[in-house]
Design a protein around this ligand. Structure first.
Ligand SMILES: Nc1ncnc2c1ncn2[C@@H]1O[C@H](COP(=O)(O)OP(=O)(O)OP(=O)(O)O)[C@@H](O)[C@H]1O
Ligand SMILES: [Mg+2]
Length: 358
């Protein structure tokens, strides 16, 4: 028999990997119930007494709450130990992109209702779908999620999702929101909606007091950054591609709201404000490596860097960076170097221990 999630959580606490948190333990209990439903759906009658926990009546869990409370960590612990064939953990944004392109393909074949075959293809052989960071900002997504999820639920897929918002606040102030309301009702009907009300922002906690600006960007900077990255992500990562106005913004390394990319990848290419805003929408921490000292010939890179830092600053994204020099020395002459002073000052402010604290 597999180990209780509570026992696994307590082991991590005992090993000093996690701090004990009663609010997280409550979630572990709910996840145990989801796992029970998943792993033993056929056990009824007198055998039910051997159950580890009561299986959940609902078809999964919608876990929401403030940043850094441990939602993704808890979901990943659950996912890792959910012994079912056909499980998938995916960033919500990446999932919706996949759905949109599948819909696009399906419509080409002239089907009446493209959502049906797309949902069927997703649900095929799938018992568990875990989404990290459910949020809906795009009207195209808002208009299809209701019917899509209805199909997924009908196919019996168990859904666990994390989000920073209560279902009622999804797609808030969005265009044609009345057409989106059935999706909210569906989530509330099918999923256990639970707020993780832990008091600590553990991500902030892990970064507070840490050095977050490394210069020069040498081997020792890289190994310090590697350590921070490991600590934040638990050693897992994947590529995340954000689609912005038909363009692709590739974040080479991403996990649970933490993004890692080089200066070159983000400022060496013709990206603009919309791209950086998309990044801010997906990341709560950006690890930006190898910021160079920029000469007047690099005015375009410097300008993009200013736009990027403004977006991060306004979105309260934590920055961990390696750079050839201190902020004030990065771009001292050339077009826009006067405005760069504000960027340098923001970079200073963003290094302070409590910056970005929720
Ligand atoms: N009880 C804990 N003790 C120590 N560290 C923790 C604890 N819970 C979570 N963490 C760590 O804090 C960081 C943030 O956790 P996590 O990513 O799960 O937060 P989240 O609630 O998903 O945040 P967000 O809403 O921003 O996605 C991770 O590195 C995680 O391992
Ligand atoms: Mg998360």
């Amino acid at each position: 028999m597999s180990q209780h999630l509570t026992a696994l959580y307590d082991t991590r606490v005992a090993e000093g990997l996690l701090r004990p948190d009663p609010a997280q333990r409550e979630v572990i209990h709910l996840l145990e119930q989801v796992r029970e439903r998943l792993e033993a759906p056929e056990r009824t009658g007198f055998l039910a007494r051997f159950r580890k926990a009561e299986p959940m009546g609902k078809q999964g869990l919608y876990l929401w709450g403030g940043v850094g409370r441990g939602k993704s960590m808890l979901m990943d612990l659950f996912f890792q130990h959910a012994h079912v064939s056909g499980k998938r953990r995916v960033h919500f944004h990446a999932f919706m992109q996949e759905v949109q392109s599948a819909l696009h393909e399906a419509r080409k074949t002239g089907v009446d209702d493209a959502i049906k075959p797309v949902a069927e293809a997703i649900a095929k052989d799938l018992k568990l779908l875990c989404f990290d960071e459910m949020q809906i900002t795009d009207i195209a997504d808002a208009m299809i999620v209701g019917r899509l999820f209805e199909r997924l639920f009908e196919a019996g897929v168990v859904v666990v999702t994390t989000s920073n918002r209560h279902p009622k606040d999804l797609y808030k102030d969005g265009l044609n929101r009345q057409l989106f309301l059935p999706f909210i009702a569906l989530l509330e009907e099918r999923l256990e909606v639970h707020e993780l009300s832990a008091e600590t922002d553990y991500r902030q906690d892990r970064l507070a007091g840490e050095k977050v600006w490394f210069s020069p960007a040498d081997a020792s900077a890289k190994s310090s950054i590697d350590l921070i990255w490991r600590d934040l992500t638990g050693g897992r990562e994947e590529e995340l591609v954000l689609e912005v106005k038909g363009r692709e913004v590739v974040i080479p390394r991403f996990w649970a709201g933490q993004a890692r990319a080089s200066f070159d990848a983000l400022c060496g290419k013709a990206l603009g404000p919309a791209d950086y805003l998309a990044l801010v929408g997906a990341a709560k921490v950006l690890v930006l490596e190898d910021i160079p000292v920029m000469s007047p010939a690099k005015a375009n890179e410097a300008k993009r860097f200013v736009t990027l830092i403004d977006a991060l600053y306004e979105g309260y994204v934590r920055l961990v960076a390696s750079a050839a020099a201190e902020p004030e020395e990065l771009y001292v002459e050339g077009a826009g170097s006067f405005e760069f002073e504000r960027t340098a000052s923001r970079l200073r402010e963003m290094q302070s221990a409590d910056w970005g604290a929720a």
